[in-house]
Design a protein around this ligand. Structure first.
Ligand code: PMP
Length: 355
């Protein structure tokens, strides 16, 4: 830290992203990316003509892409907001809607960026404990009179709550904004997007990073009432008006036009998820029911950190957190069948070695 950093940030603990080794010597099952490349049409969309236009700024309103999303989700274009990854969207949510008089609540075990944003903006925040087996109890959020962020499916647990439960949470906090972070909704879960047209205080946040194989393009979006979208726009135009670059915009339009390709990939991920869980079961692992492209699993013979390190030594990266409540567990991204077979092979080797 230099002597110039504002005192406001002296104690801030920044978010630590998952490891991104640049030599690609690992099987990467640590940051929930898709193992599948973008659809071939995406490659064609990010073409020489588009690159040749990089001397020009992109459309700050992202109209062509928002129009595509509006058609795809059957909502008005004024219900859609684009962000540079859903991380940026979360940033704008905390910036726009939370303050000393409007605190925020989220699950105690959830996406690690939520408390970072709360600290960044010095917000009062509540971390609501999960129940048995990391289950999120919707009643814990009903009528709490705070802004709320819930990842659904939750991360890193993979557990999901139903659209009915989300509706109860949204209805019972009419004077606060409820953000449902659906980063992992397209791996078998039911989206609450149909509710977004019904409640002015619901924001649904999604990303192109997982199901849509575009983590490197950095694109997230929110769907909500035009008033909320206007507020998010105010944050955007006060920080970075050109937050989505030209190439990502072109890639995203082609992505939506090739929806079936991604649905098919998701089907494979869901099959690989069921297969991996069944194989781990045979080895005595405890794994939470997951509706995401990852599983949260507990090795029967080793503490989570030791299991993570043993896998890393064998060329497989998974994610582990030292936080006490989840220290026994590891999050494993579901990749291709070949990747999962290699992961399982290494797991079997590790278990043999500790025998
Ligand atoms: N929400 C959740 C729950 C996540 O796990 C992630 C990815 N780490 C994000 C949001 C952010 O994703 P992105 O910024 O790539 O859209």
């Amino acid at each position: 830290m230099s002597r110039f950093l504002s005192q406001r940030f002296a104690d801030l603990e920044a978010y630590v992203p998952g490891e991104q080794p640049q030599d690609m010597q690992y099987i990467k099952l640590n940051t929930n990316e898709s193992p599948f490349p973008p659809a071939p049409a995406v490659l064609e969309a990010v073409n020489a003509a588009e690159i040749n236009r990089l001397n020009l700024y992109p459309d700050p309103e992202g109209r062509a892409l928002r129009q595509k999303l509006a058609e795809h989700y059957n909502v008005g274009i004024d219900h859609i907001f684009l962000a540079n990854g859903s991380d940026e969207l979360l940033n704008f949510f905390f910036m726009a809607f939370c303050d000393q008089t409007r605190p925020v609540a989220f699950p105690a075990v959830s996406y690690g960026f939520y408390p970072v944003y709360a600290c960044l903006y010095r917000l009062p925040y509540d971390e609501i404990p999960l129940r048995e087996d990391f289950r999120l109890e919707p009643l814990d959020y009903c009528g709490i009179g705070k802004n709320i962020v819930i990842a659904n499916p939750n991360a890193p647990t993979g557990r999901i709550i139903g659209v009915d439960d989300i509706e109860k949470i949204v209805c019972s906090n009419p004077d606060h904004v409820v953000m449902i972070d659906e980063a992992y909704i397209d791996f078998g879960g039911e989206s609450c997007l149909p509710l977004a047209g019904k409640y002015e205080n619901l924001l649904v946040c999604q990303t192109f990073s997982k199901f849509r194989s575009l983590a490197g393009g950095r694109l997230g979006f929110a769907i909500g009432s035009p008033g909320l979208i206007e507020d998010l726009d105010k944050m955007k135009y006060s920080t970075n008006s050109y937050n989505i670059n030209r190439l990502t915009m072109a890639a995203a339009i082609a992505t939506i036009e090739n929806h079936e390709y991604y649905v098919n990939n998701s089907r494979k991920i869901q099959e690989n998820r069921a297969y991996t869980v069944a194989e781990l079961n045979k080895l005595g692992f405890e794994t939470l029911p997951s509706m995401a492209n990852f599983i949260f699993t507990c090795c029967p013979r080793m503490e989570g950190g030791a299991f993570y390190r043993a896998l890393k030594a064998k060329g497989i990266l998974v994610r582990h957190w030292e936080k006490a409540a989840i220290a026994d567990w590891c999050r494993v991204t579901i990749g291709s069948r070949e990747q999962m077979d290699l992961f399982l092979k290494k797991v079997r080797e590790i278990l043999k070695e500790v025998d």
